[in-house]
Design a protein around this ligand. Structure first.
Ligand SMILES: [Zn+2]
Length: 87
């Protein structure tokens, strides 16, 4: 016996109005700052790749979702047009 159904694949689109690619560096200070937090923000919000010490963390400001921390690969893939801060 079995049940089977096709789950339609979906495309998720998050629109950012700004991104700060050099928001922070992952490491001791970052971990301490997030200690006890519900979301430790220790991995990329998009591809879920864990950050390693020394990794640059990008912060993307979303229009239709909460802000996301991104690895540099995903940050580069957003097709940046504007940077937050610094002009
Ligand atoms: Zn990523």
């Amino acid at each position: 016996m079995e049940l089977s159904r096709t789950i339609p694949s979906r495309k998720e689109v998050v629109v950012f109005y700004a991104i700060k690619k050099d928001f922070s560096t992952f490491g001791e200070a970052w971990r301490n700052g997030r200690a006890g937090a519900h979301n430790p923000l220790d991995k990329c919000d998009w591809c879920h790749m864990p950050f390693k010490d020394g990794d640059l963390i990008a912060l993307a400001f979303c229009k239709n979702s909460r802000n996301k921390v991104l690895c540099q690969l995903c940050a580069a893939r957003t097709g940046e047009k504007r940077e937050a801060g610094g002009g």
